[in-house]
Design a protein around this ligand. Structure first.
Ligand SMILES: [Zn+2]
Ligand SMILES: [Zn+2]
Length: 115
């Protein structure tokens, strides 16, 4: 699993930047991450409910806002968890999942190939 070297949370611009140990850099929009929340409530298909990739309406409209940098916390060395301003906090984003979500051109192109 990829591991981060440095994580920078920018609550003002609603961004989070991760510098990975392999030198890759990922910059995520917080709303993008909020909507990609991996918990069973946001991704019900994991529990066999609904169609894969079909997020509930509330998730599609969710906005990724954090009140403070401290609303991002480390989880057992394998990922991070967000305490979103909308009160949601169930999802644990492990490093592999975050790396898979990397929105940079290079990773987007790789994902397209994988499909
Ligand atoms: Zn969730
Ligand atoms: Zn990338």
């Amino acid at each position: 699993m990829p591991k981060p070297q440095k994580i920078l949370v920018d609550t003002e611009n609603k961004l989070i930047q991760i510098n990975w140990q392999d030198g890759h850099e990922s910059v995520y929009d917080l709303t993008y991450l909020r909507r990609a929340c991996p918990c069973a409530e946001c991704q019900p298909w994991k529990e066999g409910v609904g169609k894969p990739g079909e997020s509930p309406e509330s998730v599609l409209k969710a906005v990724g806002e954090l009140k403070a940098v401290s609303d991002v916390s480390a989880v057992g060395g394998y990922g991070i968890q967000f305490q979103w301003a909308d009160g949601h906090s169930y999802g644990i984003y492990d490093w592999g999942y975050l790396r898979d979500l990397c929105p940079c051109d290079e990773c987007t192109a790789k994902r397209r190939q994988a499909l």
